[in-house]
Ligand binder design. Structure first.
Ligand code: ATP
Ligand code: MG
Length: 352
């Protein structure tokens, strides 16, 4: 029996409703593969922020440093500005634990209608690899002459050889296990310092991975192609900002934000990696028991894979996708099942 200690951060709204299904399915799949999970739960959330003035305690990272992984529901709540949950929780964890890869797989699934006429189940199977700790989301910059006619704002983007190379290397290694194709998102025709640097480092990586085909696309054209021909992509690698935009766009192409998973990876395993559905706390449906837990289940499957259990991960995914294909789906997908009913259908497929 292999056992893992997971730090559970349910967060706000439906974040707290989608993690129990993930735990239940992990337990059932784990049982078949000799894997056991124990959980320590942390109440880090906007609710905590409103009560105590901070999303998490100041020694938060130390409390979860020794866990094998972090499973997060969703953070965010009306009345609490987005930057509070971002800079008060997500970014400190991503940066503090050197989770420099943000991995977002996108598939058009049987049972999830894509808004694209030309995208049917199985057609789209891509992964966005987003740089997760540097780039455009920096704190360097400032504003001058507030309120005056000459007011200006400057924001620096920081790209380092080490930071770009490691995430691009990850993308090439991943492409090598898939269809052998990397598309790099750039904008070196308009952004004349950082993006040519990015392009050069991609070319260096391409030379090291001759088995992988490389395409370089400017972000504007890439966004259009992602809509017009999403089936052409395998692994897309982009900076923090470009990757952020492309992964939301790709999730929309797949049909619902409720199914999209994300992994924040520290590939060297010096620190725990963090797994979270892409969706937010969805205040409009929170507390009604109808949230789609698939994004959380898929994130849990990515966690299993990262922990070294690809077969168990595949089994979990097959059960989650199978229940959908069979016609059990939640309201956001046009179905009638609530969270518990869909979870039950998945559990039935893994003997839970
Ligand atoms: P945040 O700022 O936290 O990202 P948001 O409003 O941008 O929140 P979501 O909370 O993801 O985004 O909600 C967007 C819409 O999608 C809402 O109408 C919500 O109800 C719906 N939605 C999101 N996730 C799910 C889910 N898992 N199941 C069903 N509906 C969902
Ligand atoms: Mg949002």
């Amino acid at each position: 029996m292999t056992s893992y200690r997971i730090a559970l951060v349910p967060g706000d709204g439906i974040g707290t409703e989608v993690l129990p299904p993930a735990q239940a399915v992990l337990a059932a799949v784990g049982k078949r593969h000799g894997i056991a999970f124990t959980y320590d739960s942390f109440d880090w959330s906007c609710e905590r922020y409103l009560a105590e003035g901070a999303m998490m305690p100041s020694d938060g990272l130390d409390r979860i440093r020794r866990h094998d992984a972090v499973l997060l529901g969703a953070v965010g709540w009306p009345g609490v500005p987005d930057h509070v949950s971002l800079w008060g929780l997500l970014i400190p964890i991503r940066r503090g634990f050197r989770q420099y890869v943000n991995l977002r797989p996108v598939k058009v699934l049987d049972g999830v209608p894509s808004p694209l006429r030309n995208a049917g189940a199985g057609d789209v199977d891509l992964v966005v690899v987003r740089e997760n700790v540097e780039g455009e989301y920096s704190e360097i910059g400032g504003r001058l002459g507030r309120g005056t006619e000459d007011e200006l704002a400057v924001q620096e983007a920081v790209f380092t050889r080490k930071g770009v190379t490691r995430v691009v290397e990850y993308a090439y290694a991943l492409a090598g296990t898939r269809r052998g194709h990397v598309t790099s998102a750039t904008k070196s025709n308009g952004i004349v310092h950082t993006m040519p640097f990015w392009d050069e480092l991609v070319e260096e990586a391409a030379a090291r991975h001759q088995n992988v085909r490389t395409d370089k696309e400017h972000i504007d054209a890439l966004a259009a192609k992602l809509l017009l021909a999403p089936e052409r992509f395998d692994v897309i690698v982009g900076s923090n900002l470009f990757g952020d935009i492309l992964s939301d766009l790709a999730a929309a192409v797949a049909g619902s934000i409720g199914v999209a998973p994300a992994a924040n990876l520290n590939p060297e395993r010096e620190f725990p990696s963090m797994f979270e559905p892409v969706h937010g706390s969805a205040p409009d449906i929170a507390g009604q028991g109808k949230a789609n837990p698939l994004g959380a289940l898929w994130s849990a499957a990515m966690m299993l894979d990262h922990l070294g259990h690809p077969e168990a991960s595949e089994e979990l995914l097959a059960a989650a996708f199978g229940a959908l294909a069979e016609g059990v789906s939640t309201v956001d997908l046009g179905g009638t099942a609530d969270t518990a009913e869909y979870t039950r259908a998945v559990l039935d497929r893994v003997g839970g």
